[in-house]
Design a protein around this ligand. Structure first.
Ligand code: FES
Ligand code: FES
Length: 155
């Protein structure tokens, strides 16, 4: 066990865990930030996606010892009131079905738009490729990303 100071959603948190503990379990079990989901545990589904310095990463495969001074953002910290353009677009397009994969989808989509504010179909498919949705909401996800892109551009 070791004490790690990490920056999550703009706050510094200290956790006492094994250095190999995946960030996902620190978030869910130690900090009770349960919006980030466990799907596969092997970086293959995207349910556990969070941002590390604004880029999408799989928290199930990121040991807490590798987080260091980097800024972690979870779905809880993406916006203050759930009003990030991607979250607004998700509501408008009514994307979720069961909802389980959706925090990961939103975190990947918001990282994409930060990097590329006007993605074409291929950009969206490439960026979202690793985020699995068992309910098959892919068509609505793509539509919502386009909606979010136009909101961001007109803002
Ligand atoms: S739980 Fe991390 S990618 Fe599936
Ligand atoms: S909405 Fe059910 S898994 Fe994606």
């Amino acid at each position: 066990m070791a004490a790690f100071k990490i920056n999550i959603n703009g706050k510094t948190e200290t956790v006492d865990v094994d250095p190999q503990t995946p960030l996902l379990w620190v978030l869910r079990d130690h900090l009770k930030l349960v919006g980030t989901k466990y799907g596969c545990g092997i970086a293959q589904c995207g349910a556990c996606t969070v941002h590390l310095n604004g880029s999408a990463v799989r928290s199930c495969q990121l040991p807490i010892s590798a987080v260091q001074e980097n800024q972690v953002t979870t779905i809880e910290g993406l916006s203050e009131n759930g009003d990030h353009p991607v979250q607004q677009a998700w509501l408008e397009v009514d994307v979720p079905q069961c909802g389980y994969c959706q925090a990961g989808q939103i975190m990947t989509a918001s990282a994409l738009l930060k990097e590329n504010p006007n993605p074409n179909d291929e950009d969206i498919e490439t960026a979202m490729n690793g985020n699995i949705c068992r309910c098959g909401t892919y068509t609505r996800i793509k539509a919502a990303i386009k909606t979010a892109a136009s909101k961001t551009q007109s803002a």
